[in-house]
Every structure is written in C-alpha cells, then in structure tokens.
Design a protein. Structure first.
Length: 87
C-alpha cells in the first residue's frame, strides 16, 4: 500500500522507548486523537498511522498543543530526528 501524500510537518521524533514501543514527538502543530500522521526517516522508515492515544507528562490527553512533547505508541521502530507529518 502506497502511503498517502504528505501535507505539513507536524513534528520531529526526539526519543524512542524500545521496550514499550513509544516515540516522543516534539510537535510543530497541534495534534488530536483521530488525526492521521506519517513518520519518515532513515532508509526504510515510512509509514502512516492514526493517533489512537497520546500522553503529555504521563497524562492521557485527547489533543496536544504546538510546542508540546507527546508520547505516542508507534507501530514501527523510530529514531531521533525522524520527521512526522500530518496527512
């Protein structure tokens, strides 16, 4: 399946917790549950996923503001510096 077209940059991955498969993303735009994002980086990472749940400071939130860092369960391994886009 070909990933959908990229719209605008939504943030950047700043950390990845391998054991729990959670990426920390510093947001450049607001993000909410139900939004679709695309994560791209490295040679082989390019996937879309829907935001199902996210945390800010270990608290579950439905939406997060620009400038916040969120914890987000991701379906593939991500690394620091990978770009996140809103689809």
């Amino acid at each position: 399946m070909k990933p959908k077209k990229v719209s605008k940059p939504a943030g950047i991955v700043t950390h990845y917790f391998d054991k729990i498969k959670v990426g920390v993303i510093k947001l450049a735009v607001p993000l909410k549950e139900g939004d679709e994002i695309r994560i791209m980086g490295g040679e082989n990472t390019d996937f879309n996923q829907t935001v199902k749940s996210m945390q800010v400071d270990h608290e579950l939130v439905k939406k997060a503001a620009k400038g916040k860092s969120i914890g987000l369960k991701v379906k593939e391994r991500v690394r620091d510096g990978y770009k996140v886009y809103k689809v």
